[in-house]
Design a protein around this ligand. Structure first.
Ligand SMILES: NC(=O)c1ccc[n+]([C@@H]2O[C@H](COP(=O)([O-])OP(=O)(O)OC[C@H]3O[C@@H](n4cnc5c(N)ncnc54)[C@H](OP(=O)(O)O)[C@@H]3O)[C@@H](O)[C@H]2O)c1
Length: 315
């Protein structure tokens, strides 16, 4: 396992990290085995949130990480009343502190390594978060030693403008951000990553497989083709060859679509590529992406030529 610096935090994080958004409720023992396999392979960074599986993700991690204080756990407080883009802002400093306390309890830790504002989605709600006491509460938690580092994540269903992160990063207010970067939404590479480098902010990439479901996402050739079909239907890609051809992703071989997708992310200057994995097999499959070189210049160029024009996400 190779480690990369998480911006100004000075923490060294494994380049592949574990996203714990799914799986803890679906099959707890299988999920715990996946966590253990990831740790055995050198993964030292896990992303969770108070809202994942209604706290069960944190609870299961708390149990699985007993004796593993060295593992860096990132968790989140969601200042909205729902998950989607239309959710209303409901953030308050009291709720943020209560959520952080609950996270500490469920994770069985004295201190949260990283606390993020979860899924900041509009400029207006971001401004509220910064000025209604929520941001100050995060800073106070850091001063009190209950949290080591603070940050925000953008919304999964966000567009390619990355407006919130482009606003947030230059303020210097945050140590870490979580952002979307994948083959089918490459925009952060040009807009957010250079800013993060400039301001020494740690970058945790979410959804490297485009928040895969069984039918759409960068998890297999048919699912990736379905994702492309959705982009064509949304007008993000032309309704013509090669986008309409079943051979579209053949150039990624010998890599599978998920392996090439992780390699694409790892080829960028990001701190860690955080992928959801809820079984030991997934962990082992994804470790294959760590072999260098991640992707050759020709494949990278082709990926950029084919999909670099996509400016909004289709899930
Ligand atoms: N706004 C935010 O803050 C935000 C939003 C989204 C995600 N996140 C974080 O980022 C993490 C990663 O994002 P994500 O889980 O949404 O999406 P993702 O990592 O793009 O996709 C995860 C899905 O891909 C499957 N998968 C993983 N490796 C695979 C492989 N080698 N072959 C086939 N399928 C594979 C997993 O299946 P199994 O479950 O069956 O293993 C899971 O369903 C999340 O877990 C979460 O921690 C944060």
């Amino acid at each position: 396992m190779q480690f990369r610096q998480l911006g100004r935090t000075q923490l060294m994080v494994s380049e592949l990290s574990l996203g714990a958004a799914r799986g803890a409720v679906r099959d707890r023992p299988r999920f715990v085995e996946a966590v253990q396999a990831a740790l055995a392979a050198g993964v030292n960074f896990i992303d969770t949130a108070a809202g994942y599986d209604d706290g069960v993700s944190e609870e299961v991690l708390g149990e699985a990480l007993v004796g593993h204080d060295e593992v860096i756990v990132e968790t989140k407080y969601r200042p909205y009343d729902g998950w989607g883009p239309a959710a209303a802002y409901t953030g308050s400093p009291a709720a943020l502190v209560a959520s952080a306390e609950e996270s500490l309890r469920r994770l069985r830790r004295d201190r949260l390594d990283i606390l993020l504002g979860h899924g900041l989605r509009t400029r207006e709600s971001f401004d509220r978060f910064m000025h209604d006491g929520c941001y100050d509460a995060m800073v106070r938690l850091r001063e009190q030693g209950k949290v080591r580092f603070i940050g925000i994540s953008e919304l999964s269903e966000g567009d390619g403008e990355h407006q919130i992160l482009r606003t947030a990063v230059p303020t210097g207010a945050f140590d870490v951000v979580m952002l979307t970067l994948n083959i089918l939404l490459q925009t952060a590479a040009e807009s957010v990553l250079p800013l993060c480098r400039q301001h020494n902010v740690g970058t945790v990439v979410m959804m490297p497989l485009n928040q895969a479901s069984r039918t759409s996402g960068l998890v297999s050739v048919p699912a990736a083709l379905e994702c492309v079909r959705r982009h064509v239907a949304a007008g993000n890609l032309p309704a013509e060859a090669p986008y309409t051809e079943a051979t579209l992703f053949d150039f990624l071989q010998p890599y599978s679509v998920p392996e090439a997708s992780l390699r694409y992310v790892l080829a960028h200057d990001v701190s860690t590529c955080c992928v959801g994995m809820s079984s030991v097999d997934r962990v082992h499959a994804n470790l294959r992406a760590l072999e260098r070189p991640y992707l050759d210049a020709e494949r990278l160029q082709r990926i950029r030529r084919l999909f670099g024009g996509i400016r909004s996400q289709v899930l």
